[in-house]
Design a binder for this molecule. Structure first.
Ligand code: G3P
Length: 208
């Protein structure tokens, strides 16, 4: 259990690297926490008008999930650790992204990082979840709605369609990650109910 906990701490630290803030700083863009939704994530960085910065943010955030779970899987195999080590790391890296220790605990909503986690667990689960996201995003033009549906659907894809018969804890961890992602979208849900959630790619109001 101690090893599993240590790996979870490392995963949390990996998640704590806020790609959106670092990419924006490097590319001389304003801090994403100061405009649009205020969320340090790819969707909001896109509102700066800089597509490249948004793409780097997306890739960087997804890579954190991929790296943390890739590492956890390798160590679990090498050290013959219990399977829940990977499940703990999955929740930890997403929590790191949402509440980063290096950035005043003000992080993102966990969509890209969660996707990286899924990709490192099972390619086909990631494929179907990405397809769900893309279908909703394309049809309704709302990144947040696509994220909500994908987050709710991911554990079911993992459990039912793809099946992790030998890794039930992974499916449960995706349920926890999905729930966290949904909770982090509560402002988006309110905006959608009020009918003023912006379409994906719409420029943000100037930085306050
Ligand atoms: O990935 C986050 C996205 O689902 C919503 O982002 O900036 O519109 O709150 P945002």
């Amino acid at each position: 259990f101690l090893f599993a906990l240590m790996i979870a701490v490392v995963a949390y630290l990996i998640g704590s690297v806020s790609t959106a803030v670092l990419v924006s700083k490097k590319m001389d863009l304003p801090d994403p926490k100061t405009y649009g939704s205020g969320n340090p994530g790819a969707t909001n960085v896109l509102r700066s008008g800089n597509k490249k910065a948004a793409a780097y943010t997306l890739l960087g955030d997804a890579f954190k999930g991929l790296l943390a779970i890739g590492l956890a899987r390798c160590l679990t195999t090498w050290l013959n650790l219990p399977d829940y080590t990977i499940a703990l790391a999955a929740v930890a890296v997403v929590l790191g992204h949402m509440y980063p220790i290096f950035f005043g605990f003000k992080g993102g909503k966990g969509v890209a990082t969660g996707f990286g986690v899924i990709l490192a667990m099972s390619f086909w689960t990631a494929f179907w979840v990405a397809l769900i996201w893309a279908t909703i995003a394309f049809k309704f033009k709302k990144s947040s709605l696509a994220a909500l549906v994908a987050a709710a659907g991911a554990p079911f894809v993992a459990f039912i369609v793809i099946q992790h018969p030998y890794h039930p804890s992974w499916g449960w961890s995706l349920m926890a990650v999905g729930a966290l992602v949904i909770v982090r979208h509560r402002d988006n849900i309110k905006r959608m109910q009020a009918g003023n959630e912006p379409d994906v790619g719409t420029a943000a109001a100037p930085a306050q």
